[in-house]
Design a protein around this ligand. Structure first.
Ligand code: TRP
Length: 373
């Protein structure tokens, strides 16, 4: 039987059933009690958590237990360099920034130039590196705290990374990576080794402090397979298992199930898009609207299949009450897609204008964030 949807770190297609993915991956859903616990400790809850955009976890409870005992955690996330950073890439960064600010904890930010080279996104390692430094401007522009953030490229921070990577690699058999990722004989051996590089930052703070430090990784759920392997290996090396917070993937502007692809610009809004491009793309987005105006007024539209509404929900409408107004007036037919698109475009344009400004400022501050070998 053909699979209905596929989610791996390198391939996502089909309409993703997120509840099924929790079962397939063996993770835990984020329940209301956990959200309330965060609210109690942090003072409030980020909308991405309360709305179930970050919807799955491993051991987040334990991270909070330790925190309440006075045992602070570190954050870890990462990015494979890509020439088009888009809004979907920024989702985990936004929550990570919020966690860093609320809990005042250190963040390790891994840039996997090796990964993107090995998996053929780049012809040369130098291209991967050049794009990595460009992406770092977007990362800094997200608003991380320079005193608490350590960004590094795998190929540059390698003296620190490699000894840990080989220790991990010794415990991961080819059978395991093949079972987890579906590798075949034609995969290059760098690809087979790569998970051990993505595992390393989970342990960097423990190594630096000379004692075990809990680590939590906010990431897209597609990255979980790497960390399933990491969690099996961690205790064998004497480390804590990393905890995880998984988010859903921002849907393509061309509809849930359509592939989000940097090579098809109409499917995504890039961090670098101009106002004109942003407005055009949102104007062309697939909504849950009816075929005619008359029908929509009479029958209402469907926000649940609308990617414009999804953008409100995921990022652009922090106000719970207004989100509900959008939802209800869409369903009743009082609100038309054109209004929703125009409002969303205004919000995205304002968000990106601020981002572009911060990105320019970031150019002079890169070294403050970099971890050097
Ligand atoms: N593999 C990720 C990507 O392709 C990059 C990455 C490395 C990452 N470490 C991570 C992502 C930790 C999330 C969390 O973008």
């Amino acid at each position: 039987m053909a699979e209905d949807f596929v989610v791996t770190p390198w391939e996502v297609h089909g309409v993703i059933d997120y509840a099924k993915l929790i079962e397939r991956f063996g993770t835990q859903p984020i329940q209301p009690e956990l959200i309330e616990r965060v609210r109690k400790i942090a003072g409030d809850v980020h909308p991405m958590l309360s709305r179930g955009i970050f919807y799955s976890h491993r051991d987040f409870n334990w991270i909070l237990d330790e925190y309440e005992k006075g045992n602070r955690f570190v954050l870890y996330t990462g990015r494979g360099p890509s020439s088009g950073i888009h809004l979907g890439h920024m989702l985990p960064w936004i929550l990570t920034r919020w966690l860093q600010a609320k809990f005042q904890v250190k963040l390790y930010f891994q840039i996997t130039d090796d990964e993107k080279f090995l998996f053929k996104d780049f012809e040369s390692l130098n291209d991967a590196k050049r794009i990595a430094y460009d992406n770092i401007l977007d990362i800094i522009a997200t608003g991380f705290d320079p005193k608490l953030t350590r960004i590094f490229l795998d190929t540059e921070y390698i003296h620190h990374m490699y000894p840990v990577a080989v220790r991990v690699a010794k415990h991961v058999t080819f059978s395991t990576t093949r079972a987890v990722f579906g590798f075949e004989h034609s995969n290059n051996i760098g690809e087979i080794f790569y998970t051990s590089m993505q595992a390393v930052p989970c342990f960097l703070e423990s190594i630096e402090q000379g004692k075990n430090v809990p680590c939590i990784i906010p990431c897209g759920i597609d990255q979980d397979p790497h960390f399933r392997i990491t969690r099996d290996v961690a205790p064998l090396l004497g480390f804590y298992k990393p905890a995880l917070l998984h988010c859903k993937l921002l849907p393509s502007l061309q509809g849930f199930g359509a592939k989000m692809s940097s090579s098809q610009p109409e499917t995504v809004i890039f961090a670098a898009d101009s106002e004109k491009e942003t407005r055009r793309k949102i104007g062309n987005a697939l909504t849950g609207g009816r075929a005619t105006l008359e029908e929509q007024r009479r029958l209402g539209a469907n926000p649940d299949i609308c990617v414009v509404y999804a953008n409100y929900q995921y990022i652009f409408e922090p106000d719970e009450d207004h989100l509900k107004v959008v939802h209800d007036t869409c369903k009743s037919g009082a609100r038309l897609c054109g209004e929703c698109k125009a409002e969303l475009a205004d919000k995205v344009v304002a968000f990106l204008a601020k981002h572009h400004e911060r990105r320019e400022k970031a150019r002079d501050h890169v070294e403050e964030f970099m971890l050097r070998d």
